[in-house]
Ligand binder design. Structure first.
Ligand SMILES: [Zn+2]
Length: 570
């Protein structure tokens, strides 16, 4: 049943299917197709998820083992979340970036993932280009309105797509397919430009149209964080954690401050002292032209450290399939810094990509500086740890070992966001705790600043979408209270307006992983082996953290009680 569910759900989105390594469904070649995004296509999706929910309701859950029950929960949750999107949130009616990113991914996957010989993949790409005008026509029929933020992003990302098909692809297309490519690309480009014109004329949902609103947000949060927390509870915890962490940073910064600014007679002001030290640290940075090469080096360093500390952290997977590449232009709206694109779960031997967003050549000096200050010597290393080793890449490599294949596919493709982002944040914290860069206090401070950013992400998302937080208040939280560079904060604010319930996954997931570990450690006592514990938790795949706890036989209440006790002792 899991297999049928995963395959039939993938077949609804050929674009996702190719990326997952699922190339044909009941004799239909998916790699040449685009998703049906017309209103009737949306109706077909709705029917699909409703039918599955009713099938699931007829299952006798007592007859399932723990692993199968975890799968059932995940599938049911996916159905409910999809129906929420189709019926209530309705990005398909309101958010044009959906279509632009889908089209970009449709073309970029056969171009960049080597699941078949190059010539065959070019044929897939060309077939999808040929289908693009009809796809955009269907998108127009579905889109009822947009707001200025989403429209502007869609226009920019659509220009990214145009750049792909008019500049990047023509230089690489095989000679034998050139004529067919050119004909398809010309028609597709015409349709894409017409789509841009259509977007500019869409009914305006208003400057605040990106806010999800309290009621919808509460429901989406419940579907995303299944029992981890309510928005109110997470917000309260995040604001308390922010205060604690700022105090910790002050302690770490004081000795550094005396070292760097021996002549300063500053008043004992937290923002000033921490800010000045971070300022000094930010000066240790790359140049725009070496940024990419420097990132490559940080990857080797992280691998090296992990090899030496496998028993305290986790063993490095044997696969060498990770490539670091520039973030594709059509994804730079949401991936302003970088990202991770896993290998297809059905073909884990194919490439996984660590995306690093390059610094545009036409940026003014001030913007370049701001970016290089945020992703300085330490910031770039922490980014690599998060996206790749032992963060996202490592986690997906472990998830790729889940058996049998349908279970692996389910947990990799429809995995739990808080588990995934939480692991990356938790793993970064582990690296720092275990002595990466020899316990350099500058790394500690930079890492704390990034944890502070994860906390701010949660606060921003909840306050922006449910409490009417203004852009100025958001900027103040980011640049003043949590020490972010302006460039980082501007990009984050845009991202917060483009998504909802994603930005809190970092903090909510981090806190869940920490509790899981504390509970497991308490239960095992002196027998606790962190490397082994992490390996087992990663081999479960991306289930909600409480489900992982259940599979590992860890009682989370114990951990929560222990934490409470420790807090009282302090
Ligand atoms: Zn991440």
């Amino acid at each position: 049943m899991t297999e049928e569910f995963v395959h039939s759900t993938l077949a609804l989105s050929p674009v996702s299917a190719t990326a997952a390594g699922y190339h044909a469904h009941q004799g239909v070649a998916l790699d040449e197709r685009l998703d049906d995004v017309s209103p009737s296509g949306m109706e077909a999706r709705r029917r699909h998820f409703r039918d599955w929910l009713s099938r699931f309701s007829r299952i006798d859950e007592q007859s399932l083992d723990a692993q199968a029950r975890a799968d059932l929960d995940l599938m049911r949750n996916l159905c409910e979340a999809s129906l929420f999107e189709l019926d209530t949130e309705q990005n398909w009616k309101n958010n044009p970036t959906l279509y632009v990113e889908l089209l970009g991914t449709a073309l970029f996957t056969p171009y960049s993932v080597e699941y078949a010989p190059a010539e065959e993949r070019w044929k897939h790409l060309i077939a999808r280009l040929e289908a693009a005008p009809a796809f955009l026509e269907a998108a127009r029929a579905s889109l009822a309105q947009s707001n200025p933020v989403w429209t502007q992003t869609a226009l920019e990302e659509n220009d990214g797509n145009l750049e792909l098909i008019e500049k990047e692809f023509p230089a690489k297309v095989p000679e034998t397919l050139r004529a067919r490519y050119q004909a398809a690309a010309a028609r597709a480009a015409g349709a894409m430009r017409a789509f841009n014109a259509h977007l500019k004329a869409l009914p305006d949902a208003g400057a605040e149209g990106w806010r999800l609103g309290r009621e919808k947000y509460a429901r989406k949060f419940e579907l995303t964080f299944r029992g981890l927390a309510t928005p109110e509870a997470l917000l309260k915890e995040a604001e308390e954690a922010m205060t604690d962490l700022r105090r910790h940073m002050f302690k770490v910064a004081l000795p550094l401050h005396s070292k760097y600014y021996p002549t300063h007679r500053d008043p004992v002001d937290l923002n000033l002292i921490v800010g000045e030290v971070l300022d000094k640290i930010a000066q240790k940075q790359s140049k725009p032209e070496t940024y990419f090469r420097d990132a490559q080096r940080t990857l080797d360093e992280a691998r090296e450290f992990l090899r030496a500390n496998a028993d305290r952290i986790v063993a490095l997977p044997p696969n060498d399939n990770l490539k670091i590449i520039e973030t594709p232009a059509f994804m730079r709206g949401i991936y302003a810094v970088g990202g991770f694109n896993p290998a297809p779960p059905l073909q884990p031997e194919l490439g996984a990509f660590y995306w690093l967003t390059p610094i545009p050549a036409d940026w003014p000096r001030e913007r370049v500086q701001s970016k290089l200050r945020e992703y300085n010597y330490y910031g770039l290393r922490l980014l690599t740890i998060h996206e790749a080793v032992p963060g996202h890449w490592l986690q997906f490599e472990y998830a790729a070992q889940v058996e049998p294949a349908p279970r692996r596919l389910l947990r990799s493709l429809f995995g739990d966001g808080a588990y995934i982002e939480g692991w990356a944040v938790y793993a970064t914290d582990l690296m720092v705790r275990e002595g990466y860069l020899n316990r350099d206090p500058e790394l500690e401070l930079t890492h704390s600043k990034q944890l502070l950013r994860a906390i701010a992400n949660a606060i921003l998302d909840i306050r922006l979408h449910t409490m009417g937080m203004s852009g100025e208040e958001a900027m103040e939280l980011m640049t003043k209270r949590t020490f972010q560079e302006k460039e980082e904060a501007v990009a984050k604010l845009r991202r917060a307006k483009l998504s909802s319930c994603q930005l809190p996954t970092y903090f909510a997931g981090f806190r869940a992983w920490k509790r899981l570990r504390e509970a497991a450690e308490k239960q095992a006592g002196a027998q606790f082996r962190p490397g082994d514990f992490h390996r087992r938790a990663l081999l479960a795949g991306a289930l909600p953290v409480p489900a992982v706890a259940a599979l590992l036989g860890v009682s989370l209440e114990q951990g929560a009680a222990a934490e409470k006790g420790a807090a009282q002792q302090r």
